[in-house]
Ligand binder design. Sequence first.
Ligand code: SAH
Ligand code: SF4
Length: 388
Amino acid sequence: MSQAATEEKLKQSSEKEKANLLGLSVSQLGDWVEAIGEKRFRATQIIKWIHQMGECRFDEMNNLSKDLRAKLEVLAEVKLPEVVSCQDSVDGTRKWLIRVDGGSCIEMVFIPERDRGTLCVSSQIGCALDCSFCATGKQGFNRDLTSAEIIGQLWIAADSFGQFGSKANRRVSNVVMMGMGEPLMNFDNVVDAMSLMLEDNAYGLSKRRVTLSTSGVVPELDKLGDVSEVSLAISLHAPNDALRNELVPINKKYPLAKFIESARNYIEKMPDSKRKVTVEYTLMDQVNDRSAHARELGVLLKDLPCKINLIPFNPFPGSGYKRVTNTALNRFRDILSAEGYTVTVRTTRGDDIAAACGQLAGEVNDRTKRQERYKRRLNETQPLNIME
Ligand code: SAH
Ligand code: SF4
């Protein structure tokens, strides 16, 4: 690009909003730096500053020329979501309330384990899919999070654990997209953010340690394997369509057989043949916890390389469901184990700070009209990003 063209571009851009570089993948940032007349490798340097060193001020990025730093000041920013509060549970679980543009808040949870730590990240403000047992679903839907707001959650956790600039001090070893929202309803932003999670010049997490959990947006799941190799968790919660239609309404559009086939296709695309899908099954008393349900689930999953994660239902006010009893939980687990499945039970963490699965509600300014429109779209066409 000629000097004059670059200057013109700079002038135009400075009149517009600054670009937030936080959520750009390496290739997107490469395109952006080229568009402002710089060499592509600058993108890697900037990514390292932001996501490895935790440095968001351009004037501190001292391997960039003074001129480039000045240009970045004019054209760009690294804008993080705002931490409203941070609570620690007696068991070490930490929960953040994070405010995003527009005033709504999302929640994020970190669950420490002996040799690792898992960060549970949100993908949307609320969720439009309205599963009957989920506090997030009951909050309604506001909007998709941007890729900056998604990767910003990992940045905030890394910063709070002092892990920037030091490989030895990595508390966040795993990320699960299991916070608020349905990640596949916000496909592009989630894929961009996950690419930064895996990127060696950013967080460098292993692809096996980043997990996307979905309730079954089949067309998007069919696309995921072309652009990502992260681990997959599927939220089933019922062994047949009649019951799943009640618990997970998107099942009416994409029934179990289609969902399971799509999950199988996803892992078959992975180069590493040992990958397994995690099947999530939230157990509610007298709803989906009977022996017959366990046996039916065993038959349903027989052709899917998987492990099963049983999640005792976590109550929230007005849910109308009760947690599974320990007797029913053990019986359910034993039936599936006897069928040869690897079955784990998710222990409830962060109970005292309402940080358990399905309890994340944040403060969602529900845009009911938008939610209705979103639902209508969902029924009419392929699920799409509705940001208009
Ligand atoms: N939308 C995605 C990811 C977020 S929900 C999905 O549905 O998979 C993450 C997990 O928490 C899902 O398996 C979900 O079914 C489960 N969950 C939701 N509400 C719950 C509750 N009240 N108790 C236990 N698990 C719950
Ligand atoms: Fe949305 Fe997942 Fe909650 Fe269902 S369980 S309402 S898909 S966040």
